[in-house]
Structures are given as structure tokens and as C-alpha cells.
Design a protein around this ligand. Structure first.
Ligand SMILES: NC(=O)c1ccc[n+]([C@@H]2O[C@H](COP(=O)([O-])OP(=O)(O)OC[C@H]3O[C@@H](n4cnc5c(N)ncnc54)[C@H](OP(=O)(O)O)[C@@H]3O)[C@@H](O)[C@H]2O)c1
Length: 245
């Protein structure tokens, strides 16, 4: 994809991987709008990246997703790239978890309902724009689940599957469908300090953007690059190594 000249909407772009993508799109000459639930995080992002547009939005809520499209159509109608990046990760012990289903369901609403619904909502808008694209952010855990995050891993497998079907169904439209598959990256995912073992966000994002610019449609990094290309036997070994060490 061409990284310049776009108007890019990044969900969850006020911090972490989404913000790193925003920085690179802006540097390449695109306009970027990021959304998230916390207004203070969005303000912080705007201070770090002057010119960044922001919008408070909870993508877990269907009505807010519909309102986001309406806002884009009236305030930034040139949006031609949707990046479904917002996500949360919970560690859940299935045998002992006492949380109410409404709490557990949040992970599914944010990680699955939101990107599927937003993709469907934005198709008609995007097909009118030049160089249109939908970019879904999944995970290496889509291919080999981390059992400590069972719902999260399942949501990412679902989003990977949806991305393949979306690309197939949109193949005769001008909308490209791309997938970014991060490995563990050092962000606040799951809570501050839980992903410090991950790769640096800048190295990961630089590599991803270079490969997207080079025309690749599905991009991993390090272990997630291996996972996305692995055989079932190799993925079984990854599962064992990750969950039984
Ligand atoms: N870091 C990793 O190791 C890793 C690995 C594989 C995949 N990923 C994926 O990469 C994506 C970005 O994660 P990250 O690592 O950058 O995590 P992060 O640092 O926790 O950032 C997540 C962003 O999503 C936003 N967000 C969360 N729930 C939202 C909601 N309901 N509505 C709107 N925005 C919401 C957060 O802002 P608010 O809280 O203000 O809403 C935050 O800006 C996620 O899809 C994640 O699953 C990350």
C-alpha cells in the first residue's frame, strides 16, 4: 500500500501499536484520526503528534460504532483506510473464573464484534475512496493460543478467519484487506508491565510498515511471522513450548 496521501482511522490509536502506526502514517504524509475511550490518552497522543485528529469512542458499543461512521462522513469524509487495532487481553482461569459474563464478553465485543461491525459499516464509505484499505490487527496467538488468555486467543483466531473471508468477498471492489499479526510487543496490553518481555514497538512497527509499503497483505514479525507460516505440527510444538514450560 501507499503510505502517503491517505486519511487513516485507527481504532485504539492513542497508545501502543496503534499510536506507533499513527506516527508512521503521519511521517509518510497521511492524515490520521485515532479513537479510544480515554480522552486524556488521546490528548497526550495529540501533544506528541501535532496534527493528529482524535475522537472519543468506545468501539465495544454498537451505537458508538455507527456514530463513528457518521462522524467520519461529516468531519473527515476523506477517510480511505480503516485500521481495526483496538483490543484488550485478559488472563482468565476458565475453571475458577468468577467474573460475570458481561465482564468477560467485553473482550469479545472489543476484539471481534467491533472490527467485524466496523468493517461492514465502512465498506460503502470506503468503496467511494481512492486507495481504500481495511487493516485488521490480529495476533500470533491466532495460530497457536496462549492458554492463559483463552478468550483473547480465540478472538484473534476469529478475526484472522474473518479477514480472509473479507478479503475474498471484497476482491472485486477497490478495497484492499490487509492483516498485521503482532508477536508479543512491549506495550500496555493486558495492563502496564505485562508485556515488557515483548519486542520493542518501534522495531516491530517499522518492519510492518516497510512490508505493507512493499505490497504485502499479511505481515508478522519474529515469532508471529513463523506462526503465520507454520504447519500444524509446528504449531503444536509452539503450543507445547508456550503453555507447558
Ligand atoms: N502488545 C502485544 O503483545 C500484542 C500482540 C498481538 C496483538 N496485539 C494487538 O495489537 C492491538 C493493539 O494493542 P497494544 O499492544 O497496542 O495494546 P495497548 O497498548 O493496550 O493499546 C490498546 C489501545 O486500544 C484502545 N482500546 C481498548 N479498548 C477500546 C475500546 N473499547 N474502544 C476504543 N479503543 C479501545 C486503548 O485505549 P483506551 O483504553 O483509552 O480505550 C489503547 O489505546 C490489539 O488489537 C492487540 O490485541 C498486541
Amino acid at each position: 500500500m501507499n503510505l502517503a496521501g491517505n486519511t487513516v482511522l485507527i481504532t485504539g490509536g492513542g497508545s501502543g501499536i496503534g499510536f506507533a502506526l499513527a506516527e508512521r502514517f503521519v511521517k509518510a504524509g497521511s492524515t490520521v484520526v485515532v479513537c479510544g475511550r480515554r480522552a486524556d490518552k488521546l490528548e497526550e497522543a495529540q501533544q506528541k503528534l501535532p496534527g493528529l485528529h482524535t475522537r472519543v469512542c468506545n468501539v465495544a458499543v454498537a451505537a458508538e460504532r455507527v456514530a463513528l461512521l457518521a462522524w467520519v462522513r461529516s468531519e473527515l469524509p476523506a477517510v480511505n483506510v480503516l485500521v481495526n487495532n483496538a483490543g484488550i487481553q485478559n488472563r482468565v482461569s476458565l475453571a475458577t473464573d468468577a467474573e460475570a459474563w458481561e465482564t468477560r464478553q467485553q473482550e469479545i465485543s472489543i476484539n471481534v464484534d467491533a472490527p467485524i461491525h466496523l468493517s461492514m459499516l465502512f465498506i460503502n464509505h470506503l468503496r467511494e475512496q481512492p486507495n481504500a484499505a481495511i487493516i485488521n490487527v490480529t495476533s500470533g496467538l491466532a495460530f497457536a493460543p496462549a492458554a492463559f488468555a483463552p478468550i483473547y486467543s480465540a478472538t484473534k483466531a476469529a478475526l484472522h478467519s474473518f479477514t480472509l473471508s473479507l478479503r475474498h468477498q471484497l476482491k472485486d471492489t477497490p478495497i484492499s484487506v490487509l492483516e498485521i499479526i503482532p508477536p508479543a510487543v512491549n506495550t500496555d496490553l493486558g495492563g502496564p508491565g505485562l508485556h515488557t518481555f515483548g519486542v520493542p514497538v518501534d522495531a516491530f512497527t517499522d518492519s510492518v510498515m516497510e512490508r505493507l509499503a512493499g505490497g504485502e497483505i499479511e505481515v508478522g514479525y519474529g515469532t508471529s511471522e513463523k506462526n503465520r507460516m507454520a504447519s500444524r505440527t509446528e504449531l503444536d510444538a509452539v503450543f507445547e513450548q508456550m503453555n507447558n514450560r
